[in-house]
Design a protein. Structure first.
Length: 477
């Protein structure tokens, strides 16, 4: 009998490990990034305006998920998912080294660009390779993705705790250095287990002809020139970055759906399944525009409104980012067991998406009783309760969405379909940075109330059309 990883295919352990360490570095750095940008120079920061800082963080987060397109395209057309995963992890490590070693905005610009491109490649291809471990009828798939999600959140738990502690003791650059060391550990463990991964990960599903490679290289160089020119001329102003990424995400999403749906390489059943993904893509974008405010509005809230004092000791701001992963670690196993136990009796994926969107809206409404207070007026326990609701919503949508993107994917666009799910995250994450610009402690009731109500309405609308969407999915639940 072949060995398993908690009842799942054994290669899941290696993918679980590399994602754990990549998320350790990613969330560890992100836990201190915003305050590094807006803290005064006397406190080790860069002293950037708070609204501009949230725009940078939102744009960076959106760019991470937007770059999944590049990682997925290179995997499907040039190198295969496994090679792209490894090379992307190397880029992530180099980005953290740049943040740690280079001072000021030079380190921020270089580091965030490398991490965004690398993390996009890791996310799309690790998810695709997990999907390759199962056939579309394997009932273990959602449970396997929930276990994979546990690895993500172990890293997300430990990263902010350790980098935040190092940042308060030794400074921001040492915190970034610790993130780089975490990614190095992940690379080593992944290298040791590469040979045991499925051979399908090294296949190139839709190879690009030689002429196409030259065209792609020319387009890439042209894009780099355009971006550099825009930066030099001031078109890429920092306070507009998140909105720019929103626009790019919308354009990329429309283009990708059109490309896949018009392709002659997909069957009619595959085309219907891609169409079924459209409303869930929109719900996902709305969900992430609220959820990802953990790294913008909730970080500012934790810094300025939250009482972080425990028995006379003040908890680092970044530690708030570890509350959500604690709940995920506890509850992901519960959800995995629930879906496994229910089997084909579990709610359909559209209903899971709808429930996740509604509950995310409810989480924002839970900020209303705390609105209007001054510094240190919000109890830590209350915020922890709100983040518990964030977690329940996340577990209903995020791992299920990852699993769904692999189940609905046409064969010729397997990894790129995963990138489409991440495009919804890119759109939502960039929106979280743009929306954060409207946050004002003096008008919290309007801010949290309006966004919460919109999410609830969108979730209920998705639930109303769940059955027609399920029919389009042609047997995929």
């Amino acid at each position: 009998m072949p060995s398993t990883f908690f009842g799942q295919p054994r290669p899941l352990a290696n993918l679980f490990g590399v994602e754990l360490w990549e998320r350790f570095s990613f969330y560890g750095m992100q836990g201190i990034l915003l305050i590094y940008l807006y803290y005064a120079a006397a406190d080790g920061g860069l002293g950037i305006d708070q609204g501009t800082a949230t725009s940078i963080v939102g744009a960076y987060g959106g760019a991470v998920y937007l770059s999944t397109i590049l990682g997925a395209w290179v995997a499907d057309r040039l190198l295969g998912a496994e090679r792209v995963l490894f090379l992307s992890a190397v880029l992530v490590m180099c980005g953290h080294i740049a943040l740690a070693a280079l001072p000021g905005l030079a380190g921020v610009g270089t580091g965030l660009v490398l991490i965004a491109i690398g993390s996009g490649g890791v996310k799309a291809n690790a998810t695709s390779m997990v999907g390759n471990l199962y056939d579309e009828k394997d009932e273990r798939r959602d449970a396997g993705f929930s276990l994979f999600y546990l690895g993500i959140n172990l890293g997300a738990l430990l990263g902010p705790l350790l980098t935040g502690l190092v940042q308060t003791r030794a400074g921001f650059h040492w915190g970034f250095a610790l993130a780089a060391a975490g990614m190095a550990i992940g690379l080593i463990q992944y290298w040791l287990g590469r040979k045991r991964l499925p051979a399908t990960g090294r296949e190139v599903p839709n190879p690009l002809p030689v002429r196409g490679i030259y065209v792609a290289a020319a387009v890439f160089v042209a894009l780099v020139v355009v971006v550099v020119a825009a930066a030099v001329t001031g078109l890429l102003a920092a306070d507009r970055l998140s909105t720019i990424v929103v626009v790019l995400s919308v354009i990329a999403s429309i283009g990708y759906f059109a490309l896949i749906l018009s392709s002659r390489r997909i069957s009619e059943v595959e085309r219907r399944r891609v169409l079924a993904f459209v409303p869930m893509f929109l719900a996902s974008a709305a969900f992430w525009s609220l959820y990802q405010q953990q790294f913008t509005v909730v970080t500012i809230y934790s810094d300025e409104r939250l009482d972080r004092t425990i028995s006379g000791w003040e908890m680092p701001v970044s530690w708030v980012q570890s509350i959500n992963p604690i709940f995920i670690i506890v509850l992901s196993g519960v959800f995995a067991a629930l879906w496994t136990r229910l089997g084909d009796r579990q709610p359909s994926t559209p209903l899971k998406f709808a429930a996740g969107t509604v509950i995310m809206g409810v989480a924002f409404l839970l900020f209303l009783p705390l609105a209007g207070g001054g510094p240190n007026s919000a109890p830590l326990l209350a915020l922890a309760g709100i983040l518990l609701v964030f977690t329940i919503a996340e577990l209903l949508l995020s791992p299920v969405g990852l699993s769904l993107s692999t189940k609905l994917a046409p064969h010729a666009f397997h990894t790129q379909m995963v990138a489409l799910f991440y495009l919804s995250v890119a759109l939502g994450t960039a929106m979280s940075g743009t929306l954060a610009g409207y946050y004002d402690p003096s008008s919290e009731t309007v801010y949290f109330g309006l966004l919460g109500a919109i999410a609830i309405v969108l979730g209920l609308a998705l639930a109303a059309v769940a059955r027609p969407i399920s029919r389009l999915m042609s047997g995929v639940r």
